[in-house]
Design a protein around this ligand. Structure first.
Ligand SMILES: Cc1ncc(COP(=O)(O)O)c(C=O)c1O
Length: 406
């Protein structure tokens, strides 16, 4: 057995398909986001502007968040020192779960070490607890939801993306007596579209199914207090479990679910991904606590983000760049080829100091490779104009299509 050869071939396949991933080596400049330093080619640091961060509202740079983390570090030290059950249940954790339950109007919440783990641990445990459970899953659900469903061993029925008629067809042909769970996202992060939450909840009511929504790309950013699309659309009370991350709009790290206390108790007691792991550092939790509290009462960041996204989409459209039909803060530019996508990103970084990561398979289907921009409240009008001019120049240099609006 030639192990080295097998590994080399696996890596070579990625090179030949143009989707070998190169991680850009950066440091963000505290207080000056989206400015950062890039160490590309070992001749850095050179200044760059970050256009692809999921720290959507720059809360990872917010003075209140940084102060809370510094204070916690000096007060209680670096780590939690244990699992939630064995010494790692700090007062910060208890307070944050209470804030998150309140954010979503639920009785309880439960923290995990990431959004990925919250999806995997919750979905896999839930479907094991419900005998014979069938999970109805949107075809574009995130890898962490797919992993959770797979790890549950439950039967899965995949419905076409956001297609409630197809979902109903699958529900109607299923034995009314078996437990059912509909799993979907609110904002789909690669296309920037939104699920028809009420229509899905109507079906859940009609067919007596539980609902599980991933609001990872919406919490902090939508709804009057940052409770996500379910809050904006007054649908949170109709959803059984709301899942979110603390690493994107809240700017720090971690994941959670919010639900009624019975479900929280079950997951807390049965999910290996919750039980057998060191709890989040209290320093991180203190930062999230400050972030969640701030965004509950301040809409300035949300409004700034929406304005920046609307303006960038308009600039791209006016320039004839192939901006996709996103109804959210996500601004994807379709390129449709992994090699070309990477080349555009490389030129942007090398010549314009613009950092945007190429998005390729398996994050998106093959042939739909794209550049995904995430403008936030800290991206100025000048930055948006400079980015648009750079893209126009590159599009022309590479002889790509610029379709000017009539
Ligand atoms: C839809 C969705 N769910 C869950 C996750 C995982 O969240 P986290 O980054 O906190 O692990 C992601 C991460 O990108 C995501 O896009």
């Amino acid at each position: 057995m030639n192990y080295e050869q097998i590994f080399d071939q696996a890596i070579e396949r990625l090179h030949s398909e143009g989707r070998y991933r190169v991680f850009i080596d950066i440091l963000r400049n505290k207080g000056a986001y989206p400015n950062a330093r890039c160490f590309a080619g070992h001749n850095g640091p050179k200044p760059i502007t970050v256009w692809c961060s999921n720290d959507y509202l720059a809360m990872g740079q917010h003075p209140k968040v940084i102060a809370a983390m510094e204070e916690a570090l000096h007060d209680v030290g670096a780590g939690s020192g244990g699992t939630r059950n064995i010494g790692g249940n700090t007062h910060y954790h208890v307070q944050l779960e209470s804030e998150l339950a309140d954010l979503h109007g639920k009785d309880g919440a439960l923290l995990f070490t990431s959004g990925y783990v919250s999806n995997d641990a919750t979905l896999s445990t839930l479907a094991k607890i419900l005998p014979g459970c069938i999970i109805f899953s949107d075809e574009l659900n995130h890898a962490s939801m797919i992993a959770g469903i797979r790890n549950s061993g439950a039967e899965k029925k995949v419905f076409r993306h956001n297609d409630v008629e197809h979902l109903e067809q699958l529900l109607a042909e299923t034995d009314p007596a078996v437990p059912k769970l509909i799993a979907f996202e609110s904002v789909y992060s690669m296309d920037g579209d939104v699920a028809p939450i009420h229509a899905i909840c109507d079906l859940a009511d009609k067919y007596n199914a539980l609902t599980y929504i991933d609001e990872v790309h919406a919490v902090g950013m939508y709804g009057p207090r940052g409770g996500g699309i379910s809050e904006r659309e007054d649908a949170a009370s109709r959803i059984t479990i709301i899942e979110g991350t603390l690493g994107k709009a809240f700017g720090v790290m971690g994941g959670y679910i919010a639900a009624d206390t019975r479900i929280i108790d079950v997951i807390r007691s049965y999910a290996p991904g919750f039980i057998f792991t060191t709890s989040l550092s209290p320093v991180l939790v203190a930062g999230v606590l400050a972030s969640v509290r701030h965004l509950k009462s301040s809409s300035a960041e949300r409004e700034g983000q929406q304005e920046a996204a609307a303006s960038l989409k308009q600039m791209f459209r006016d320039a004839g760049l192939p901006v996709m039909d996103s109804t959210t803060h996500i601004v994807p530019l379709m390129v449709g080829d992994p090699v070309r996508t990477k080349k555009i990103a490389d030129i942007l970084l090398a010549e314009y100091g613009v950092y945007v990561q190429p998005i390729n398979y398996p994050t998106v289907p093959r042939g739909t490779e794209r550049l995904r921009f995430t403008p936030g409240p800290a991206h100025t009008a000048d930055m948006r104009r400079e980015l648009t001019s750079a893209l126009i120049e590159i599009w022309q240099r590479m002889e790509l299509d610029l379709r000017k609006a009539a």
